[in-house]
Design a protein around this ligand. Structure first.
Ligand code: FCB
Length: 455
């Protein structure tokens, strides 16, 4: 057996035969065609125009031109032999401005995508919100405003009307932590606001929007749907057993993981986090009945994992400091910590029992080198992915209920504030010609999936 073949066998040894394999993308990162067929601007179209917000002032105007190349891209996906494709729907394409009737042309794009996928035996895994809020809703206050949650549920219902006869799996939100913290607290993502209080209001309204949308989908569904939400998480460990470090890890875990999972699964916010917020003058604007809505039963938890951190207490107790673990890093400067992945999955299965998980994103950016034939021998990415699939296997062996894995990403794409600089694809995109070329990691992924079917 070759070394890469051996890696495949080792990586997948613990995974069940019916494990779901997929690749993932999101609308703004790949589609382009931002002004076509009635689409209106999202907060990302606006943010990309703010000087200095995105590296080299890049934007998603063209991206991977997927809007015009969708059938060929589905061919590409089919060639990888995956079971499922996770993509997101652009809200301003389907409901321009975030209010009012559906834009039939916009919805039709996704309807055709779903048909192409199903025609090739690939299960569509829909994410309703991957960060592209219609700009008009941001102008009306965005996620810190309660009404946005209701608008989101209405939009979910419109999408369901168009696709619900063929789509079974629905993820409401992708990574609400990023929407709230990067968008409204750190200002590194759209809409670029720096206001901690606003970010906490956003957290609550994102969760409320998730619950309302989930209820709207279930009410509209004739057949049972599979309802999920995707969270980005890592394992947060203290640098030492000094009380400041232990407290820093508790706080990082509180605002990173428990503030989402506790209300979603247990129907209440964690008390220690609420107390920390109070001390900072921030409030979760809970109204009667909200927590029942937020804890609408989940069928699956989507887990996005990239790295894990070790924390030290900082100058301000509420500012945990991530310290270096002296581990190799990816091109994002994110430390490579597969053990943290295993720890996270085992921990979730213990703290939130009975919740099946699917890895909805995992992958890595590296500075790819292209040879004269256009080949990218990305052994660094291949190792990252195989080591992390093996980490999922160890968690499964320890009892975690993990049912699938989606590689981030199908292809190189617009990496938010990093523009096109960081390449996460297992398929290379030449942005001058829009040519797609399988990297070695894609070939390995395809062969690995095939080998698990022969088990
Ligand atoms: C996640 C996002 C995804 C991509 C990866 C690298 O936080 O969901 O869109 O940017 O990171």
């Amino acid at each position: 057996m070759t070394i890469v073949g051996q890696r495949a066998t080792e990586a997948t040894a613990e995974l069940p035969a019916n494990f779901l394999w997929g690749v993932a993308t999101s609308a703004y990162q790949i589609e382009g065609a931002v002004a076509e067929d009635g689409r209106t601007p999202s907060i990302w179209d606006t943010f990309c125009r703010v000087p200095g917000a995105v590296i080299r002032e890049e934007n998603g105007d063209v991206a991977c031109d997927h809007y015009h190349r969708m059938p060929q891209d589905v061919e590409l996906i089919a060639g990888l032999g995956v079971d499922s494709y996770r993509f997101s729907i652009s809200w301003p394409r389907v409901q321009p401005g975030g209010r009012g009737p559906v834009n039939a042309k916009g919805l039709d794009f996704y309807s055709r995508l779903v048909d192409e996928l199903l025609g090739k035996g690939i299960k569509p895994w829909v994410t309703l919100y991957h960060w592209d809020l219609p700009q008009e809703l941001e102008d009306a206050g965005g996620w810190p405003e309660r009404d946005t949650a209701y608008r989101f549920a209405e939009y979910a219902g419109l999408v369901y009307e168009g696709l619900g006869d063929r789509v079974r799996t629905w993820t409401t939100l992708n990574e609400p932590w990023c929407s709230a913290m990067l968008g409204y607290d750190q200002g590194k993502h759209a809409p670029g606001i720096q206001n901690f209080g606003a970010s906490m209001r956003a957290v609550h309204h994102l969760l409320l929007g998730h619950g309302l949308a989930g209820q709207a989908l279930r009410a509209a569904a004739k057949e049972p749907i599979e309802l999920g939400i995707t969270l980005n998480m890592g394992s947060a460990k203290p640098a030492s057993d000094r009380p400041e470090d232990v407290d820093a890890a508790r706080r990082a875990d509180g605002l990173g993981t428990r503030i989402y999972l506790d209300p979603l699964v247990k129907g209440h916010y964690p008390e220690d986090v609420v107390a920390d917020l109070e001390a900072r003058g921030a409030v979760l604007p809970i109204e009667p009945g909200d927590l029942e809505v937020i804890s609408t039963p989940l069928d699956v938890l989507g887990v996005n994992y990239y790295s894990s951190h070790v924390f030290e207490g900082g100058e301000e107790p509420h500012e945990p400091v991530a310290v270096s673990q002296n581990l190799p890093v990816t091109a994002m400067d994110w430390e490579i910590v597969p053990q943290g992945f295993t720890d996270l999955l085992v921990r979730i299965s213990q703290d939130y029992p009975g919740l099946p998980m699917v890895i909805t994103e995992n992958g890595a950016a590296f500075d790819d080198e292209v040879d004269e034939n256009g080949v990218v021998d990305d052994s660094d990415r291949l190792s990252y992915i195989s080591d992390h699939i093996a980490a999922v296997g160890s968690a499964v062996a320890q009892g975690a209920d993990v049912r699938g894995y989606f590689a981030w990403s199908l292809m190189d794409n617009f990496e938010w504030a990093y523009g096109y600089d960081k390449r996460f694809g297992i398929v290379r995109v030449d942005y001058d010609t829009q040519e797609r070329t399988l990297k070695r990691s894609a070939e390995w992924y395809r062969d690995t999936i095939r080998s698990t079917r022969e088990k």
